[in-house]
Write a protein that binds this ligand. Structure first.
Ligand code: NAD
Ligand code: LMR
Length: 328
């Protein structure tokens, strides 16, 4: 094994997404089958959470993964993020009974301010950060703002689950395999306001929009199905999506690190003003990845319906940002 191990920090490591994620990272599905990894796992210092984390680590040991070059348990972000090359911020405060959205934003703002500062202080200067914990876009924005010495572009939010959900709905509608669908875009917030946009998508070179040719289905079935899928899973499972969320996190990081061969994927990234989105808003955009960097797909035409959808998801994100401004 010739490659030097890279450090991968994962927060919320004893949670449900953590349990679906860590084994896949350790088996090489995220960074490649030739890339050894050292897992730096963070949980809240609480005794029960730390004990559960030790249990997950026992299971990781028992897999005897050839690529798992090391593993550490932490209760403090300032040690968990030391020299880390990748950080997957999954742990977040869930919404409790009677908790208003503003309370949830404030509780998470504290967590992501502290974690952003810790990344700023101790992580690799090239650390690539993916925020999964909700509200993912705003948490990623907070972490980025709390880490002024790190490149802004290295902070991202997870929109890939929305992207994958949209691919799967389009495949079912058209009767074509998921792998044949190219050039799908998802704009905005990871929330029911996200705008999954198949106007540019193709299957075997043919336009998906023309194949479906049904604006009412787009508006009344497709967008609500994708947007409310998280709630539908909570309703069915009694728990929020975990395996599909972990899968999306693997997809996001793998594509960022290893490239997309020119294919479009969706990432939540800080805007530089593209498509009229104010600078720094953590917005879902279509991107391609190459050489460890993502590049926005620019110059797409935005029609009136799409602009309305983009405005709506942008307004929601601006509202979330306003709600945490005083905490930054
Ligand atoms: P979970 O409750 O099973 O696990 C979360 C874990 O995070 C817990 O073990 C908890 O102790 C830990 N944690 C809480 N605060 C922490 C902190 N400050 N530092 C380290 N660890 C901390 O939840 P889950 O199902 O794994 O989901 C995690 C988050 O991901 C939730 O916010 C959920 O809403 C979100 N999520 C996002 C997407 C997405 O597409 N972006 C999809 C699904 C779920
Ligand atoms: C999801 O999209 O499945 C998660 O963000 C969970 C949720 O609250 O919707």
């Amino acid at each position: 094994m010739s490659k030097k191990p890279v450090r991968v920090a994962v927060t919320g490591a004893a949670g449900q997404i953590g349990y679906a994620l860590l084994f896949r990272i350790a088996s090489g599905e995220m960074l490649g089958k030739d890339q050894p990894v050292i897992l730096q796992l963070l949980e809240i210092p609480d005794e029960k959470a730390q004990k559960a984390l030790k249990g997950v680590m026992m299971e990781l040991d028992d897999c005897a993964f050839p690529l798992l070059a090391g593993m550490e348990a932490h209760g403090d972000a300032n040690t968990a993020f030391k020299d880390t090359d990748y950080a997957l911020l999954v742990g977040a405060r869930p919404r409790g009974p009677g908790m208003e959205r503003a309370d949830l934003l404030a509780a998470n703002a504290q967590i992501f301010t502290a974690q952003g500062k810790a990344l700023n202080a101790v992580a690799s200067r090239n650390v690539r950060v993916l925020v999964v914990g909700n509200p993912a876009n705003t948490n990623a924005y907070i972490a980025m703002k709390s880490a002024p010495d790190l490149p802004r572009k290295n902070f991202t939010a997870m929109l890939r689950l929305d992207h994958n959900r949209a691919l799967s709905q389009i495949a079912a509608k058209t009767g074509k395999p998921v792998s044949s669908i190219k050039k799908l875009a998802v704009w905005g917030n990871h929330s029911p306001t996200m705008y999954a946009d198949y106007r540019f998508a193709t299957i075997d070179g043919a336009s998906v929009k023309d194949m479906i040719n049904d604006d009412a289905w787009n508006r009344d079935v497709f967008l609500p199905t994708v947007g409310k899928r998280g709630a539908a899973i909570i309703e069915a499972r009694g728990l929020s999506s975990a395996a599909s969320a972990a899968n999306a996190a693997i997809d996001h990081m793998r594509d960022w690190a290893l490239g997309t061969n020119g294919e479009w994927v969706t990432m939540g990234v800080p805007s530089n003003g593209e498509y009229g989105i104010p600078k720094d808003i953590m917005f879902g955009y279509p991107v391609t990845c190459e050489g460890g960097e993502y590049k926005l797909v620019e110059g797409l035409a935005i029609d009136e319906f799409s602009q309305q959808c983009i405005n709506k998801t942008l307004a929601e994100l601006q509202g979330e940002q306003d709600g945490v401004k005083h905490l930054l």
